[in-house]
Write a new protein. Structure first.
Length: 155
């Protein structure tokens, strides 16, 4: 049985986190595989759209989340937890911290899209109160499949 996320803290992503964040993303089949510049842009406070980028860490970075903010909405662009750390509540901790930050920014709704085949992610989002709002047929390539659109009202 895995230990829970009690010793894990969530904080803003920093430049020093880019390598471990990229390593986590590359190790996961369903995570977006962004270039270093894309993660770096998420740290740029003057970028448009503005982004909130968080990491979860214990002894090392275990997961991360990035959302773009165009108030009153935000888009969850990516959330990922290292394979060996999954099932401990780290994703929930990341989402909770992200939602708190987004509320502080005046965001009232968060949107996302996810591969229709990614059942684990769909179950995760649904368990946190996300609702399916639509589909984009053939949105993803390699392999081609639909995107499930989801939304979460912040209140």
């Amino acid at each position: 049985m895995k230990a829970d996320a009690a010793g894990v803290r969530v904080r803003r992503m920093a430049e020093a986190d880019l390598e471990p964040v990229m390593a986590i993303a590359e190790s996961l089949r369903d995570a977006p595989h962004w270039q270093r510049e894309a993660y770096g842009a998420a740290l740029d406070a003057g970028a448009t759209p503005r982004r909130i980028a968080l990491v979860a860490e214990g002894d090392a970075v275990m997961g991360f989340a990035v959302a773009s903010v165009v108030t009153p909405q935000a888009e969850l662009e990516t959330i990922a937890v290292a394979a060996g750390e999954q099932g401990r509540g780290i994703g929930r901790r990341l989402m909770s911290a992200l939602v708190a930050e987004l509320k502080g920014e005046g965001v009232g709704e968060v949107l996302l899209e996810v591969r229709a085949s990614n059942q684990r992610a769909l179950e995760f989002y649904r368990s946190l109160g996300w609702d399916e709002t639509g589909r984009r047929p053939g949105y993803y390539s390699g392999p081609e499949e639909d995107a499930v659109l989801m939304g979460l009202k912040l209140g």
